[in-house]
Design a protein around this ligand. Sequence first.
Ligand SMILES: Cc1cc2nc3c(=O)[nH]c(=O)nc-3n(C[C@H](O)[C@H](O)[C@H](O)COP(=O)(O)OP(=O)(O)OC[C@H]3O[C@@H](n4cnc5c(N)ncnc54)[C@H](O)[C@@H]3O)c2cc1C
Ligand code: FES
Length: 328
Amino acid sequence: MDILVQPLNRVIRVEPGDNLLKALQGAQVPMSYSCMSGRCGTCRCRVLDGEVMEGTGTQQRPLDGEQGFVLACQTYLTEPCTIEIPEPDEVVVHPARIVKAVVEVVEDLTHDIKRLLLRPAKPIEFSPGQYVQLQFTPQHVRPYSMAGLSGDGLFEFHVRLVPDGRVTGYIAHNLKVGDAVKVSGPLGSAYLRRKHEGPMLCVAGGTGLAPILSILRGAIAQVMHNPIHLYFGVRSPRDIYGMEWLAQLQREHPGLHVHVVVASGGNPATQRCGLVTDAIEQDHGDLNGWRAYLCGSPPMVEAATVLARRKGIAAEHIYADAFYTQGT
Ligand SMILES: Cc1cc2nc3c(=O)[nH]c(=O)nc-3n(C[C@H](O)[C@H](O)[C@H](O)COP(=O)(O)OP(=O)(O)OC[C@H]3O[C@@H](n4cnc5c(N)ncnc54)[C@H](O)[C@@H]3O)c2cc1C
Ligand code: FES
């Protein structure tokens, strides 16, 4: 049986029932992956033609994905197919692992945002913009995005304390320096695209600034010269943080423009007030050719995605990490 892989236009021979990701790897097709268990979204690709089954083991079912999109690690081949591989020159392979870490710093960034620095026993390679699952106790597990870079030696996280939040309540009241934390990952497909040379739109809502800082730091470390517009949306003036880090990044990358937008209670004489999406709307016309990185609360990410699409950014060039809650 054959599968045809675009855009490489290569034909690969596989057996019925083969796992798509394994088949692509076996044929040396450049393909991003991480968790191998359908959680991280990194191995997303598209079935243009032919039937495949989704799921694992006895749970397999015919493809029900939007516009043929599948997670290759969760897809099995039943007949000859044509598969579109996204961005074969931007492949990211960081096999997911579980590593023990120790809390080195817990400090306040604002009235309700904590900065955590964890020292892992072994390094975990990740791409700027990715996240990990942090397990503080078996009952306190949540995903958080790294603010730094893979080679930093420490993992940096910014955690907003949610009223009545189970895990953030634990972080606020129980977590202390020296505690052990299990880190698993990396996860996520909203990572920095290093080959892109055009302008970048980065939109951070609240602690969405953490993965955006990682992306900015990554772009600078990779000596990318792209113009970058960062829109940092906060609810009120007291939620603003990280200004010294952003000023430092602007010194290192003069093409970085920082726009802080305060939703309510701001001073219009000194601050930009309103919604980040309105600010982007006012500042920019056509954004065709741009790439967008959108991180933070789901409503903000959804609104920014709609705006980015309307302004001409291709759907496949919008990389979004919405901080959905699990509630378990
Ligand atoms: C991919 C990903 C990356 C993430 N990265 C970060 C990060 O870098 N920094 C960060 O602070 N968070 C991040 N989050 C969110 C984080 O995983 C938790 O959901 C969040 O910290 C709340 O956990 P909790 O257990 O305290 O709240 P829960 O006990 O799960 O929720 C308690 C109540 O608060 C509500 N709630 C939860 N979160 C919010 C919120 N943000 N705003 C308003 N109401 C809320 C819930 O609906 C619920 O009613 C990320 C989420 C995802 C999916
Ligand atoms: S490698 Fe397939 S979803 Fe993570």
